[in-house]
Write a protein that binds this ligand. Structure first.
Ligand code: ADP
Ligand code: MG
Length: 281
């Protein structure tokens, strides 16, 4: 074998791989070529192995970047979501949505309704995470935070650009639509966002209140109607009318025999005063 070992300038090769933007190959070429020499791989096999490695690393780095930019709440995955707690939603249906195919290309929407604690934020984040793992780009935002940012942009006469910047996300999660405050509503940036994404880019909305209550969120009933119309035109709607998961699991813990009373009702009612229950009146 050593008879065939070429003498190459390893330093120069590293520089070239840098210039060619092939950092993964730069890291492994020496191991790969040593192994290829030892096992007598044909040249084409070595080249293919290196190329495959670079592309796999590229995908991994891209997904890592997309995860970083998405600002998903941590720890909310489909694996940790108890589907039996929301019998109206099937795991199969959610799994199908998580491929992204068939709805994200055409900018269709997903709307999750239900009382506080029913798992809307968890499910939205878990779907977002799964979509990113499948190669899509997602941004998760509390609706009132995003509205605030867009209002600042409007004041700086940069609303259109700010909305256009969100185009790069195949899915925009607007968590807790109902918590947009009335003074935030007055400038209707949310309506412009919804209109801009209509039939082009998907939006996932979670809300405690059904459409009938959305008049609080938009400046006038006509605008509410127009916003709802655009959102539901191509939409899947999940009605998650279940009892608070936190409350239910607290009660279950409480009733479980032999448990120390660490999870008694006092603690669970403390948990219930979570931000979910704040209403901006
Ligand atoms: P919502 O957004 O509807 O108010 P959350 O998604 O914030 O509810 O759920 C409240 C808490 O309960 C979170 O910690 C969430 O992870 C958990 N939770 C809710 N539903 C489920 C579920 N079906 N399986 C597992 N955890 C859940
Ligand atoms: Mg929530």
């Amino acid at each position: 074998m050593s008879r065939n070992a070429p003498t190459i300038d390893a330093q120069r090769l590293s520089l070239i791989l840098n210039d060619l933007r092939l950092p993964a190959i730069k890291l492994v070429w020496s191991d790969f070529t040593t192994r290829a020499d030892k096992e007598g791989w044909p040249g084409a096999r070595l080249l293919a192995a290196l190329a495959e490695h670079e592309i796999a690393e590229r995908d991994r780095r891209r997904i890592e970047r997309h995860l970083g930019e998405a600002r998903l709440p941590p720890g909310k995955t489909l694996d940790s979501f108890a589907f039996d707690a929301v019998p109206m939603i099937s795991r199969a249906q959610v799994t199908a949505l998580c491929s992204g195919d068939g709805w994200l290309e055409k900018g269709a929407n997903l709307i999750l309704f239900g009382p506080p604690g029913g798992g809307k934020t968890h499910l939205a984040a878990a779907i977002g995470l799964a979509l990113i793992e499948n190669g899509w780009r997602v941004l998760f935002a509390r609706t009132s935070d995003l509205v605030q940012k867009l209002q600042v942009a409007r004041r700086e006469l940069a609303l259109e650009a700010a909305i256009a910047k969100l185009d790069k996300y195949h899915l925009l999660v607007l968590d807790d639509l109902a918590y947009v405050t009335k003074d935030q509503a007055e400038t209707s940036v949310l309506f412009e966002l919804i209109s801009a994404r209509y039939e082009r880019r998907s939006t996932l909305i979670t809300a405690n209140q059904p459409f009938g209550e959305w008049n609080r969120v938009f400046p006038d009933p006509a605008m509410t109607l127009a916003a709802v119309d655009r959102l539901v035109h191509h939409a899947t709607i999940f009605e998650m009318n279940v009892e608070s998961y936190r409350r239910r699991s607290a009660l279950q813990r409480q009733s479980r025999a032999g448990r120390p009373p660490t999870f008694a009702t006092i603690k669970s009612s403390g948990e219930l005063s979570h931000s979910d229950n704040q209403t901006p009146e």
